[in-house]
Design a protein around this ligand. Structure first.
Ligand code: ADE
Ligand code: ZN
Length: 327
């Protein structure tokens, strides 16, 4: 069976990866020591043992705690570089990386420290790994829209170092409408727009992300399957869904990967592709997501593998000319 080899070696893009979610326990402990930050876990093993999540919030609590060790530009560089090396080894040729500046600026870390550390890692990945890497600035939806607006303005001196904005963190109770003004402002600035919707929240959040935030992609979007009219719309508009199967499994969105919505999304003609979301927390990077899905879902074969890879490039924010080099 040559399918696993195909999945590992085919060139692909990753469009939904939170860089703070790539921070491995070993690096958390190394940075904690380097920066003199106290952790509430005695060892790498104890921290990893705490990675037993029941829902999105139970994960976010530990994810924000892990990010507290990031203080210096070098820390952000080291975190991103570790991810980029792994991505390149998995034949990811293009990646669009989310980062959560508010998680850091709220602790007194300057915006410049965050963006420059990440940017320099992306620059080096291009030079040394031949990997194209872009940044997407995400707003935390559990915070206010005023905070998001101030964050966007604070990032504008480094406007050329990120290609778009996203919306993440606790979905339920924080509908897209809450961020209408900041997404309109991002649109005026020529930034791409994406948002998490339909991960834990209802399909109506997917609809309002499209209509109110004017997003070009939906992150997750798996609960769209509950609304047949929405499914038809997503297919007709070729609106991409950045699906993260191991994330949905670990956050108990599905009981088993065999129950995952991916085959339904693909058979409905949606532009879906696979992503790792928070690989250090969910048990694997991009190829682990591919391998686990193709193992668990009998509807997936070589045809779907090529389709997923093709969708990852179609949904990316790179030019058609650039895409032609990879496909
Ligand atoms: N931040 C990091 N990972 C996330 C996810 N899966 N959903 C919402 N916010 C996140
Ligand atoms: Zn995510």
């Amino acid at each position: 069976d040559r399918l696993p080899a195909l999945l590992r070696t085919m060139p692909k893009a990753e469009l939904h990866i939170h860089i703070e979610g790539s921070l491995e326990p070993e690096l958390i402990f190394k940075l904690a020591q380097r920066n003199g930050v106290a952790l509430s876990y005695p060892s790498v093993e104890a921290l990893r043992a705490a990675y037993a999540f029941t829902d999105l919030q139970s994960f976010l609590d530990i994810y924000y705690a892990g990010a507290s060790v990031l203080l210096k530009e070098q820390d952000f560089f080291d975190m991103a570089w570790a991810y980029l090396e792994k991505a390149a080894a998995e034949n990811v040729v293009h990646t669009e990386i989310f980062f959560d500046p508010q998680t850091h600026t709220a602790r007194g870390v300057p915006m410049q420290t965050v963006i420059l550390g990440l940017h320099h890692a992306c620059q080096r990945a291009h030079q040394e790994l031949g990997l194209s890497a872009k940044l997407i600035l995400c707003f935390l939806r559990h915070l206010s829209e005023e905070d998001a607006l101030a964050t966007l303005e604070a990032a504008l001196p480094w406007r050329e170092y990120f290609i778009g904005v996203g919306l993440d963190s606790s979905e339920r109770g924080h509908p897209p409408e809450k961020f209408a003004r900041v997404f309109a402002r991002a649109g005026e600035l020529g930034l791409h727009r994406v948002a998490h919707a339909g991960e834990e929240g209802p399909p109506a959040y997917v609809t309002s992300a499209l209509d109110v935030l004017k997003v070009e992609r939906i992150d997750h979007g798996v609960r769209s399957v509950e609304d047949p009219a929405l499914m038809d719309r997503l297919a007709a508009e070729r609106m991409p869904l950045t699906v993260c199967p191991l994330s949905n499994l670990k956050l108990c969105g599905v009981k088993d990967l065999a129950d995952h919505q991916l085959p339904q999304l693909l058979s409905h003609g949606l532009v879906a592709m696979l992503n790792s979301d928070d690989p250090a927390y969910f048990g694997g990077y991009l190829n682990a997501n591919y391998l686990a899905c193709f193992e668990a879902m009998p509807a997936l074969g070589a045809k779907q593998a090529y389709m997923l890879a093709r969708n990852s490039f179609e949904a990316s924010f790179v030019s058609a000319a650039q895409r032609a080099q990879w496909q």
